[in-house]
Ligand binder design. Structure first.
Ligand code: PEP
Ligand code: MG
Length: 325
């Protein structure tokens, strides 16, 4: 099996009936890029920049950030790199920000909420990103967007910093795409509106599942409710992909679900354009993808979207995959 996966390293991510997608990787630091290339990653679908801020006593400077982002862009040699702005809070703390304890950290002051409140910190990161943009194919993504107002404000701050840098004579790429994580149900529901203003979506199922089923993703006692295959999740995912396509935009997924062999036929069938996963999952995912017919997967997804429960969905897909083997 492994031998077969290895063959997929230099093959394109294309279904048996000729539909092309991108299979990329999630990374936390520039050092992770080597592993992505070893596993044949076609891009970085999620660079979690919070790791640059964690495990230290002070904020990373603009220069440090510039070095990190530039390094990832250069190593990827023009392939797409989606950098997510700071997504701190929830289970990820930064002691030096001295934030007060909250009763519900996952519903609290975090990610874009914090960045829009602490614009000093946000602007520093955006400047570093903008300056690095000429080194490769940069896409900037905002995490935990819950309202259009937040997205518009974040984009405005980004464009302000871009203008300032350009006024000062700094070269900035003219082709930076600006997108959002779709990981809060309100944003999935309003995806048609967001699609008019964002260049792309990346569906964050890790959070989308926890917020949709109201089940803390870290709480073992209620893990039975953490259901990627609940038809409620599948319908949201489908709606988000359709909304992007209706505006000529692309939709990816960077939650764990994107690399799950049971999910891949459904996501291909629903028209997902980009799959981002841990580097070690890429070859298995590409091997599977290359064996699947998009047309068959469309029918499979349509059936799954009509079920009542996650169990039925999983049974359907596993049966379809077993028949194929
Ligand atoms: C997600 O929520 O699905 C995601 C990819 O982001 P994180 O796991 O970093 O919250
Ligand atoms: Mg998330």
């Amino acid at each position: 099996l492994r031998e077969e996966w290895l063959k997929a390293k230099d093959q394109p991510s294309i279904s048996a009936d000729g539909h092309r997608v991108e299979i990329g990787a999630n990374i936390g630091t520039p050092k992770d890029v080597a592993g992505v290339k070893e596993h044949g990653g076609e891009g970085i679908g999620l660079y979690r920049t919070e790791f640059l801020y964690m495990g230290r006593d002070t904020m990373p400077t603009e220069e440090e950030q510039y070095e990190a982002y530039s390094s990832v862009l250069r190593q990827m040699e023009g392939k797409p790199v989606v950098v997510r702005t700071l997504d701190i809070g929830g289970d990820k703390e930064l002691p030096y920000l001295q934030l007060p304890k909250e009763a519900n950290p996952f519903l609290g002051y975090r990610a874009i909420r914090l960045c829009l409140d602490r614009k000093d910190l946000f602007r520093t990161q955006l400047r570093a990103l903008l300056r690095s943009s000429v080194q490769g194919n940069l896409k900037i993504m905002f995490p935990m967007i819950a309202t259009l107002g937040e997205f518009r404000e974040a984009k405005e701050v980004l464009l302000e910093e871009k203008q300032k840098l350009m006024d000062g004579g700094t070269a900035i790429s003219e082709t930076i795409q600006i997108g959002i994580m779709v990981e809060i149900p309100s944003t999935a529901v309003l995806a048609d509106r967001f699609a008019k203003e964002a260049d792309f979506f990346s569906i964050g199922t890790n959070d989308l599942i926890q917020y949709t089923l109201a089940a803390d993703r870290l709480n073992e006692r209620i893990s039975y409710l953490y259901q990627p295959y609940n038809p409620a999740i599948l319908r949201m995912v489908k709606q988000v992909i359709d909304a992007a396509h209706a505006e000529g935009k692309w939709a990816g997924m960077c939650g764990e679900m994107a690399g799950d062999p049971t999910a891949i036929p459904l996501l291909l069938g629903m028209g997902l354009d980009e799959f981002s996963m841990s580097a070690s999952s890429i070859l298995r995912a590409r091997t599977l993808l290359r064996s699947l017919s998009k047309a068959d997967c469309e029918a499979l997804a349509a059936e799954a979207l009509n079920f009542d429960t996650a169990e039925e969905v999983v049974e359907l897909v596993n049966h379809a995959l077993a028949v194929k083997k």
